[in-house]
Design a binder for this molecule. Structure first.
Ligand code: C5P
Length: 223
């Protein structure tokens, strides 16, 4: 029979990159593999949670035993998160594109013989983490991520406040860190009163630690 400290809890997890179309065959993307999000979802599942896993087009497949909601764009991801609420907790591990193309073409763009390449006009995407942190049906515990290449802690502390989430899991994604697409992660858990440095760990272990912390925190605040 299912058991675990998260039994009866619902957690929404976002994961992977988003794809922002330029035209029907081209898109803007990023190097997120979705590995850390998948590991977190699996760990939450293992502690008994019902998991809604909202994933962009990731390299790493979604774990078994979670409800998978596949999306492509940031706008679709925001709508899917909203549709998945209410939830006890939300973990926003997706690498959401900051911008999308305003004038995405309905047909494949062609070299038209003139020597002018097209110009892409961009506009800001919805910030899903900031939105869910202030939503009417805000989950009790909202966890965001901060992929930084410099001043990791200072940026994460500022980001936690700006986004309105409870915790930020910060990590160094400098090219020489090997985190993006790699097997390990060196995470820093930033909460209201605490900055906790975790050692370099496999992403599965980061997922387990985070899931355990979420279970403990929900037991405190949700009873
Ligand atoms: O602002 P930045 O992209 O560095 O913030 C990262 C955090 O915000 C991650 O938790 C990410 O999933 C979330 N985010 C989001 N929607 C966006 C941009 C970021 O949910 N449009």
């Amino acid at each position: 029979a299912p058991s675990g400290p998260l039994l009866g809890r619902h957690v929404v997890v976002t994961s992977g990159p988003t794809h922002e179309p330029i035209d029907p065959v081209r898109y803007i993307a990023n190097r997120s593999s979705g590995a850390q999000g998948a590991a977190i979802a699996a760990a939450l599942r293992d502690l008994g949670a019902r998991v809604s896993f909202v994933t962009g087009p990731a390299v790493v497949p979604p774990p078994a035993g979670v409800q998978v909601i596949r999306v492509e764009t940031a706008a679709e991801m925001r709508a899917a998160v909203e549709a998945a609420l209410p939830a006890d907790a939300a973990v926003m591990a997706a690498a959401v594109a900051d911008w999308r193309v305003v004038n995405a073409a309905g047909q494949k763009m062609k070299k038209d013989g003139s020597d002018r390449p097209p110009t892409l006009e961009m506009t800001e995407n919805p910030d899903i983490l900031a939105w869910v942190s202030r939503a009417e049906r805000r989950p009790l515990l909202v966890v965001g991520f901060a992929a930084e290449t410099d001043d990791v802690v200072a940026n994460a502390v500022a980001k936690r406040q700006r986004k309105g989430c409870d915790w930020i899991v910060a990590n160094d994604v400098s090219p020489d860190s090997g985190v993006m697409g790699g097997a390990d992660n060196t995470a820093i858990l930033v909460s209201e009163n605490n900055v906790e440095h975790w050692p370099r760990l496999p992403k599965a272990e980061v997922g387990r630690r985070l899931a355990e912390r979420i279970a403990a925190r929900l037991a405190e605040i949700a009873g």
